[in-house]
Each structure stands twice: as C-alpha cells, then as structure tokens.
Design a protein around this ligand. Structure first.
Ligand code: FAD
Length: 507
C-alpha cells in the first residue's frame, strides 16, 4: 500500500498476440504510461501461427490514435501503402442497381441551428431531387477521386465538414506499430504459448508458458490472441454472446488483386445474394473479400463469386476465415483484458474492428488498475464495452433489415427479421418524424444513422417544424447554393494521386 492507502499501479504487463490488436496496445500503452516507474511491457507472438491477415479499412477515430502516438501522417501513409478514405459506398444494398454513400463528416451547412437534413427532407417534398450524397463534401470528393485534408480553421468552407480515415495494408500497419513499440521499450518474445497458469484460488493468470518451457509472468495480461481467445475464453472460460441471429454472415474469403494505382478514396461494399463483397483500394493493390452466410451459400460458390468480381489479377491464394458475430460476456475478467478478435467480432461492414481495439485501449487507460484490481472499475469497463458493441451491432443490422431485396433466401431472411429494440425505436422515430436518435454519445453519429436510413430507402414521415421557417423559394435557393459550394470546393481539390505525390506519401 502507498501512503494514500491505495495499492501500487500495475507495472508488469504481458500482451499475448502480435496482430493489429497486440501491437496497437503495445505502442499506445508504452507511450501513455512511459513515465511509470518499473513499467515492463512484453509481447508474445508466434510467427508460425501468424495473424488473421485482413483488416484494412478504418474510421476517422484512427487519426486521433495516430496523433496520440506522435505519428507523422505522410510517413505513415507511405509506410503502410495507405490511401485516404472518405466513407463507404454501398452498392445493391437497397435494391439491385442502387448505390449510396455513408460519408464521414457532416451534411450541408448550418441552417438556423437545426440539423440540415430536415431542410433536405422538406425540399424533397417540394420536388427537389438531389440525394443526400450531393450535400456531403466527402461523398462528392470520393466519387470524383479527389482528396484534400479537412480545414477546421475555415468554418465557412465545406472543407471544415470533411472527415477522413485510412485504408492500409494491415501487415504493414502491424510492422510499423511494432517498430514504434520496440523503440519505446516493449520487449517482443517469439514463440507459441502452450499453457496458461492461474492462481489456484483466485484464478488470476500468473504466467503463460512457452513451447520451449520458458514462463512469461505478469500482473496484467492483455489477450490479443485472435479468435482463439487463449486467456479470456479458453483459460478463464468467459462465455461468448452469440449475435448470429441478427448478423447471419459467418464466413469470409479474402483475396487481394492488382490495381492501376490509387483510385477513389472510398471503401466499397457490394451486396451479393448471400452477403456482400468489400473492395478496398490501396496504393499498390486492391483488398477484396466476400463476407457471406454459410447457411445460405457454400464455400466454393462464395469463392467463385469473389473471383468473378475482381478488378485485377489475383495476387494471393484465398484466405478463408470463419467467425461468429458477438463478443465475450466480459472483456475484462480478473487480471485479463481482451482486445481485438479475442474479445469479440462484428463483421467488417462498417470497418469498426480496429476502432474497437483503439476504444478498448482508451478505456483500459481510463480504468487502469492498481494491483488490487477493484471490481468497480472492471465492471464499468465491461458495461461501457458491452454498450459499444451493442450500438455497433444495431447499426450493422440496419443495413440488412432496411432492404427491399427479395431476390434470395438470404435477403428475405434479413428483410423480415425482428430488429433489436434499440434499432426498432430509431426506425420508428425516423419514419414518423425524420428525427435521428443518437444515444449516449454512441460511436455512429446522426450523420451515419441518417445516411444509412435514407440510403436504404427508409422514408421519413416528416421534418422538424423549424424547416418550415424558410419559404419554398428560399429553401430551394439555399439547397442549390450548398450543392454548388460543395461542387466548387471539390473542383479545386487535387486528385488523391496528386495529393499523395505532393505530400511525399506515394510509394
Ligand atoms: P490476429 O490478427 O488473429 O492476431 C492474433 C495474434 O495472436 C497473432 O500474432 C498470433 O500469432 C498470436 N497468437 C495466437 N495464438 C497464440 C499462441 N498460442 N501463442 C503465441 N501467439 C499466439 N478491421 C477493421 O478495422 N477494418 C476492416 O476492414 C476489417 N476487415 C476485416 C475482415 C475480416 C474478414 C475479418 C475477420 C476481420 C476484419 N477486421 C477489420 C478486423 C481486423 O482484422 C482485426 O480486428 C485486427 O486485425 C485485430 O486482429 P487481432 O490482432 O485481434 O488478431
């Protein structure tokens, strides 16, 4: 006990697993806690087991993570062969032949202090035909293949409303973070963990045993061992909450292909008869994968469909992955915290997995334990984490539920499924009044919920009464002005290719 009556902070941390999750944790924790006396961080990983090898698209929160690590963006983009990402384009989700963008950033401009989309909704009723995409600088720039960084210091420019993320080579990202972490004192131990040792009474993990007999001990263990969940799932037996009823996709087959260079700064998701296909353009190749429900499509047919829909020459053998949507009932149990796939997985439709790792690290830092591991903090960590998974789940389910597709058994299942309660409430509110509910600062903002609800063809039954303040002529004039200002700003942006060259990030 210290003078204040608290036990001392944990200082000996062992991370099991060196995928994206493990190296993100190692890099961030060694940076944040660098002044802590006696801090020792070790990371155990097995080259023979390898990493999951996918995970290339991110969301804007990663920009803050990189800043925390003091990463130079131009160098980072070059090293990870990254491109910029301004949103996700959804093709054939609402109905065959339809497309819409879920952009980062916000729509329109500030209009009388209420959300822009209420004016857009009223405009539609008055015969305006422009879709929401035309009011998003991110969507318009992405489709034009252009990129320029947001300009928060110019509040009158649409560039102030832009937000961005990256698409990168996950293997290169891991290697980049490893260099950072090792430079900050993290010690890497190569080899396979064969046994997890626990205290006979408390069940706390005391050490992991390597294949060569070496023991790696620790006070706090961070389980980043991937789907196997070696410590939290296998050793501590924390059960898995299975959400496959709402998220029936349970397999993926991934395969990169050649590309002609950086193209549109956007991830594309194209709906398929029993799932969907991702397309992530990097500087040196395009990442592709087909996510599907094995109850509706067999593995060979899934691969055939992927191969038939590549833009270039295949660059690797197919990487087949099985998963279940859901998460461990507690991501922190005793002295084990799980990050990444060891804690849970929600399919990559909205590129949230790397963010969940980042959020888990931030939460672990907020509730960083003392040696007495007080249950209050641990419970709080678990409540907040479960809430975050649930919010994201509901957002993902929205994409499946709000479809008009009836051309396959899979889509019939999705269209007719009972939505979870939180999602039902959001749908009812939007349908009746055009309002978008955002709970407790959840990850996806009003813009995100709106873009997917409107994009998937849900019709709002009304708009905010204040949208009536402008007369019809003034409303249409202002809407036209917003579209024009956005189009002009995009016209002045460089292409992504030019920008990468000028920034010194092109490979
Ligand atoms: P892994 O990469 O599996 O790493 C596990 C580590 O544990 C490895 O280093 C392994 O060697 C080690 N290990 C395991 N067992 C042992 C042992 N016994 N001894 C020693 N070491 C061991 N995320 C996004 O943000 N965007 C995306 O676009 C995206 N797309 C995805 C698509 C698919 C199909 C899947 C499955 C995931 C996707 N993800 C995406 C998620 C992303 O890939 C992962 O969240 C991220 O890579 C973290 O993985 P991980 O580090 O938890 O696990």
């Amino acid at each position: 006990m210290s003078e204040q009556g608290h036990s001392r902070p944990v200082t000996r941390i062992t991370i099991v697993g060196g995928g994206t999750a493990g190296w993100m944790a190692a890099a961030a924790i060694s940076k944040v806690l660098r002044g802590l006396p006696g801090l020792t961080i070790r990371l155990v990983e097995s080259e023979a087991i390898g990493t999951v090898g996918v995970g290339e698209a991110t969301i804007p929160q990663i920009v803050g993570f990189n800043q925390l690590l003091g990463i130079d963006e131009a160098e980072f983009v070059r090293e990870t062969h990254a491109t910029y990402k301004l949103g996700i384009e959804f093709v054939d989700w609402t109905r065959l032949g339809h497309r819409y963008v879920h952009p980062f950033g916000t729509y329109g401009i500030d209009m009388l202090g209420i959300e822009f989309h209420h004016f857009w909704l009223r405009g539609l009723a008055l015969g305006e035909t422009a879709g929401l995409d035309d009011y998003s600088i991110g969507a318009v720039a992405a489709r034009a293949g252009r990129y320029f960084p947001p300009q928060p210091g110019q509040p009158n420019s649409p560039l102030a409303r832009l937000a961005y993320a990256f698409q990168f080579d996950a293997g290169r990202y891991g290697a980049y973070l490893r260099r950072l972490a090792e430079a900050q004192g993290v010690v890497r131990i190569e080899g396979r963990v064969v046994q997890v040792h626990q205290h006979p009474e408390t069940g706390f993990v005391t050490a992991v045993q390597m294949e060569n007999g070496d023991m790696v001990d620790g006070e706090l263990f961070i389980d980043c061992s991937g789907f196997r969940s070696l410590l939290l799932g296998e050793a501590l037996g924390v059960p898995f909450i299975d959400w496959s009823k709402w998220l029936p996709c349970d397999r993926a087959v991934a395969m990169p292909c050649s590309s002609a260079g950086p193209d549109q700064p956007i991830t594309r998701s194209t709906a398929r008869p029993a799932g969907w296909q991702w397309r992530i353009p990097l500087q040196h190749r395009i990442g592709n994968g087909h996510v599907y429900a094995s109850a509706f499509l067999d593995d060979d047919a899934a691969l055939d469909l992927l191969l038939a829909n590549l833009d270039g020459r295949p660059l690797a053998d197919p990487n087949r992955i099985r998963f279940t949507g859901g998460h461990r009932a507690r991501l922190w149990d005793r002295n084990v915290v799980a990050l990444g796939l060891a804690g849970g997985f929600l399919e990559p439709l909205e590129s949230t997995a790397i963010h969940l790792v980042q959020a888990g690290i931030a939460r672990l830092m907020a509730y960083f334990p003392s040696l007495d591991f007080t249950p209050k903090e641990i419970d709080r960590f678990n409540v907040e984490t479960a809430r975050e998974y649930l919010d994201i789940r509901d957002f993902l389910v929205l994409h499946y539920k709000a479809t008009t597709r009836d051309d396959s058994e899979f889509w019939n299942y999705c269209r007719t499924l009972e939505p979870p309660d939180g999602l039902r409430e959001k749908l009812e509110m939007f349908r009746s009044s055009g309002r978008v509910i955002r709970e407790h600062n959840e990850l996806f903002t009003e813009t995100s919920w709106l873009s997917v609800m409107a994009g998937q063809g849900i019709v709002a039954g009304g708009w905010h009464p204040a949208a009536e303040i402008l007369d019809e002529g003034e409303l249409k004039r202002r809407l036209g002005h917003v579209r024009q200002v956005i189009a002009q700003a995009v016209g002045q942006m460089p292409t992504q290719e030019q920008f990468l060259r000028e920034q010194g990030s092109a490979i």
